[in-house]
Design a protein around this ligand. Sequence first.
Ligand SMILES: *Cc1c(COP(=O)(O)O)cnc(C)c1O
Length: 363
Amino acid sequence: MANSYELPYDPSGLNWSASDKNVYTRNGGANQKYLEEKLASLSGGEDCVALGSGVAALSGLFFALLKTGDHVVFSSVTYIAVYRLFNELLNNKFNIETTIVDTSDAEKVRAALRPNTKLIHIETPGNPTTGISDIKGIAKIAHDAGALLSVDNTFASPYNQLPLELGADFSVESLTKYINGHGDAMGGAIIGRKEHLDIIRFQSQVNLGGAISPFNAWLIMRGAVTLPLRMKQHNGNALKAARYLEDIPAVRFVAYPGLESHPGHRTALLQMSPGFGGVLSFGLKADHDTHNRFVSNLKLITSAVSLGHDESLIVFLGEKDERQYLYPEEFHGGFFRFSVGIEDSEDIVGDLEQAFKETGLSI
Ligand SMILES: *Cc1c(COP(=O)(O)O)cnc(C)c1O
């Protein structure tokens, strides 16, 4: 835990913005460096920059890579901050051209390309619909056009999906979620080639100040030790919960890439292994308030945002979501995003069952 380091006898020749030696923790520090080495290795990448949150990693990547006049194609279903960055901030403030595309259809990505397309950004599975995009196919489309591909890999985690091996140029993780895994720290990371990450480190970490705290880097490093054990349990529990929900008459739909009924299941099988992560979405054949009553009747599963916690978390995304029009039809009546935890699967399914009964819904 240090924010600065002892200087040499004559410090006057030092580059105060250097990240390759210990000077000041915003430039880089010991905990941060160990975490970056671990994440680069875990993701099969050459280099990594760890920042203060997943959004710091995403905005850091976009800021360092893009300039006025460049064009970006991005998934219609992404983390909300990505939507804001491309739909409101980077376009309006810096005249970066942006096109929102349903990237679950790779041909739509190809059709959206322009001569100045610099970056394609996808999220798969996407938050909150679990939509799947074909990483390999879109990487080829990007590279044929001289563009780069970044993939938000947060829902899958490196245990289930390795975007760089599938041809992506960047894998982005919200470390806040599965990699930390205990719901008690925030962080984000970009993994890719050194030529790009040197720029991101200098611009977005040192000069925009998105650095991660040494304590959070340490917590995330410790949490990451059990990533494979936790993911195995998340994968199994989520599949069990999804199959259980699929058979409930009061359930309007269940979206989980591991279900044969998911429109992206075949693509998911090609790029995700051994499992499909711990997040699923579902809706009830019921009105707005019944969705809230159902959640209030849960005892083990907590109503809270975020995901990838060891504990099960659920959030009701109502009909007023401004991006509703971008979601598939079945999501329009309001729905739950359910981050299935690592508790005993019988306890999770049991909690859902007692909440269905208590709410007066048919099971
Ligand atoms: C949570 C999340 C983010 C943002 O991460 P923070 O650590 O909250 O900033 C980005 N992408 C996805 C897919 C997420 O779920």
